[in-house]
Design a protein. Structure first.
Length: 121
């Protein structure tokens, strides 16, 4: 277990929130930090998607049909096989959000989600 040092005033305020939520300070802090990390990763991915869109024309010309890895707005790797690229990127950049996407003629990927519908028979 690791320790995190915060000033006394912040701790006191946070402890009050934990008490109101009927939670321990540790559990609430863990939840808040995880939520913060999740939001930051989403924002990083938004930036990587914007970078992908900005370089899309060049990517189509050079890597159409391949999978690309975008990190900090830069193409860092590519491969014909998505899984091979994933494992290579995951080994080099563990726990860092990196956009992996197949280069297609369309900049935006269309995802169709089918929802089951129940009908009385």
């Amino acid at each position: 277990m690791s320790q995190l040092m915060i000033n006394e005033k912040t701790y006191t305020q946070f402890k009050r929130f934990a008490e109101q939520k009927k939670s321990s300070v540790e559990l609430l802090a863990e939840a808040v930090i995880r939520d913060y990390i999740r939001r930051e990763k989403r924002e990083i991915m938004r930036q990587e998607i914007a970078a992908y869109n900005a370089m899309h024309t060049k990517l189509v010309a050079d890597f159409l049909g391949q999978y690309v890895a975008i990190h900090q707005g830069t193409l860092i790797d590519h491969d014909q096989d998505e899984l091979t690229l994933y494992f290579r990127i995951n080994e080099k950049y563990p726990d860092i959000p990196i956009l992996l996407r197949q280069v297609t003629n369309e900049t935006e990927e269309t995802i169709t989600i089918r929802s089951p519908r129940f009908e009385n028979v």
